[in-house]
Design a binder for this molecule. Structure first.
Ligand SMILES: O=C(O)C(=O)C[C@]1(C(=O)O)C=C[C@@H](O)C=C1
Length: 315
């Protein structure tokens, strides 16, 4: 994955950013990239970071959304689809490699703790280098460091900056089973003014489709028919009825474009519920692919033609 960052163009009034902490997480670094001079507020979980925004204690939240090795962060998807809507206004992608931290002068390493996404990215390293250590899940990489300080675990798999916050010893650096691993982070806030389209944008929705034959195919066809390229598709259970799913769909383009607006209205017709999760510039800068006949001008021309036909000016 190409790694780059994008400054949010249109953040409006954002002065307090809640982030998935505590201090020293990768998410804190992402928040620093996205924030500029804003006040950063560490919060224990992804859901609580979004709750802080929903309850007005923060103006925006920085949360991890997907990792190139371990995939999507399920708690982020679930928290985005529940309660009052939040929309993503910016994203950044960070390269991910870890440091392994232990207590100063600590003895045998029997437990190694971290966020499940982090443990999944260092499984081979742990098997090879700490064969007697049990992996233990913690709420975040920094929470694992706190756990080592408190004597709950023997080692923590952390972001390299964690050592600046926690008085621990560095056992290893540059730890990663996949050397070019990366995680994408979002800045989310309540619906309002959206960032300007740049030609290299991403739009996200969560769709609760009607439970009958072919509905997912209908959603995907609505996008394919308009020449819109998908960048991610995930399903999460609705939690209410066994076997019922919500589909999280990311695609190229911005809601300010006629072709994207046309696609959204088509998706809306096929869904029990459709939530818009934002349009913002892509961190990797990849420009939107436009298929022949599916450009914004094509959509505008076609709408003008249809309107003229409706008015009896054309046939
Ligand atoms: O615990 C952290 O440091 C985080 O920021 C979370 C998180 C994740 O959710 O994937 C972020 C990046 C890494 O991939 C590992 C953990």
């Amino acid at each position: 994955m190409k790694v780059a960052t994008v400054s949010p163009r249109s953040l409006g009034v954002v002065s307090r950013i809640a982030y998935f902490g505590p201090q020293g997480t990768f998410t804190e670094q992402a928040a620093r990239v996205l924030a500029g001079g804003e006040e950063l507020i560490p919060v224990e979980t992804v859901r609580l970071a979004m709750t802080a925004v929903r309850e007005g204690e923060a103006d925006a939240a920085c949360v991890p959304i997907e990792n190139s090795v371990e995939g999507v962060v399920p708690t982020t998807l679930d928290a985005l689809s529940e309660s009052t809507p939040l929309v993503a206004v910016a994203e950044t992608i960070l390269p991910i490699h870890f440091s392994v931290l232990t207590r100063r002068g600590g003895g045998d390493i029997k437990t190694v703790a971290s966020h499940p996404h982090a443990l999944a990215q260092v499984r081979e390293w742990v098997e090879a280098n700490l064969p007697d250590a049990h992996p233990v899940a913690s709420s975040s990489t920094s929470a694992a460091a706190v756990g080592v300080l408190d004597g709950h675990f023997d080692a923590a798999v952390c972001a390299p900056v964690a050592v600046e916050h926690y008085d621990l010893e560095v056992l290893a650096t540059e730890v990663a089973d996949v050397s070019d691993a990366a995680t994408r982070f979002l800045l989310v806030r309540p619906p309002g003014e959206l960032p300007e389209p740049t030609g290299a944008d991403r739009t996200s929705v969560v769709a609760a489709a009607v439970n009958r034959t072919g509905t997912l195919a209908e959603l995907l066809t609505a996008l394919a028919d308009r020449g819109i390229n998908l960048t991610r598709l995930d399903a999460r259970p609705t939690r209410s009825n066994f076997g019922e799913y919500r589909f999280f769909i990311d695609f190229e383009g911005h809601v300010a474009e006629p072709r994207i607006l046309d696609a959204l209205t088509a998706l809306r017709r096929h869904c029990r519920n459709l939530r818009f999760l934002g349009s913002h510039p892509r961190a990797d800068g990849t420009r939107t692919t436009i298929q022949p006949g599916a450009g914004n001008d094509d959509f505008v021309d076609a709408a003008v033609w249809a309107d003229a036909v409706r008015k009896g000016d054309l046939a």
